[in-house]
Design a protein around this ligand. Structure first.
Ligand SMILES: NC(=O)c1ccc[n+]([C@@H]2O[C@H](COP(=O)([O-])OP(=O)(O)OC[C@H]3O[C@@H](n4cnc5c(N)ncnc54)[C@H](OP(=O)(O)O)[C@@H]3O)[C@@H](O)[C@H]2O)c1
Length: 234
């Protein structure tokens, strides 16, 4: 039995990944920072809810303690993320950028560090970090890619950090597979607004590549960045 924790699982790509992995037979813990939203999503999907705010050390520690008491963890999906929408007038300033980095990059390390002792006890430990093509130095310089035409100072640089965090963990912890994923441009509420207000394809489509990386076998890759089409250049 594979036990999987998804951060930011109450909406968007995280929720659809939870749905796919539950259907694949994983015991899914849907992490959410807000209890009512998290419980509602978990009930809808028939998975377990755990309260988890990736910016709060105590919340992260409590969530991982709950998983330890319930039997452990095999797969961690660091999915929670936020973006600043400067196009709709949101400020790009110290506090807003710190919040983006705290959630998107520091949050990945915070949750991973808390989960490592449990992951090391698993027979096939896997971590999937949900990054973005906006954090790829290659894609942001490749005219055929949307990322080359969408300035994203805080979010893009926070996702570049997620990618390097993935590389560094893959080197530092070779007994756990760490891969980063670009899920594709997806109609979620990333950056605020209503569900689906962000342009893109349905979350259930983007969730497939995230779920695929969560289901890597023991001989699967580590330290890679992937999207639907295969490996994505850093
Ligand atoms: N949408 C795209 O086009 C796209 C493209 C590339 C990568 N991504 C990445 O995909 C991931 C999922 O985003 P999405 O598009 O599905 O957006 P979304 O619908 O806004 O989902 C984001 C999730 O993260 C949660 N979250 C935010 N801050 C959190 C915190 N401090 N602790 C725990 N959970 C927190 C949100 O919870 P609340 O409901 O409480 O806010 C929500 O469940 C993100 O990492 C995003 O950067 C998205």
């Amino acid at each position: 039995m594979t036990t999987t924790l998804i951060t930011g699982g109450n909406a968007g790509i995280g929720k659809e990944t939870a749905r796919l992995l539950a259907a694949a037979g994983h015991t899914v813990y849907l992490g959410a920072r807000e209890e009512a939203r998290g419980r509602a999503a978990a009930e809808e999907l028939g998975v377990r809810f755990v309260r988890l705010d990736v910016t709060d050390d105590a919340s992260v520690a409590a969530a991982l303690a709950e998983l330890e008491a319930a039997g452990g963890l095999d797969v961690l999906i660091n999915n929670a993320g936020i973006a600043i929408r400067t196009d709709t007038g949101e400020a790009l300033d110290g506090p807003s950028v710190l919040a983006v980095f705290d959630t998107n990059a520091v949050g990945v390390i915070r949750v991973t560090e808390a989960a490592l002792s449990l992951l090391r006890r698993s027979e096939n430990p896997v971590v999937v970090n949900v990054s973005s093509a906006l954090g790829s130095f290659w894609a942001t310089h490749e005219p055929s890619r949307p990322a080359a035409h969408f300035p994203s100072i805080a979010y893009g640089s926070s996702k570049a950090a997620v990618s390097m965090i993935t590389v560094q963990y893959a080197k530092a912890v070779p007994e756990v597979k760490f891969n980063a994923v670009e899920p594709g441009i997806t109609a979620t509420r990333l950056g605020g607004g209503d569900p689906g207000s962000h342009p893109g394809r349905p979350a259930e489509v983007s969730a497939k590549i995230v779920a695929e990386l969560a289901c890597l076998k023991a001989d699967g890759p580590t330290g890679t960045f992937r999207e639907d089409g295969g490996v994505l250049a850093w």
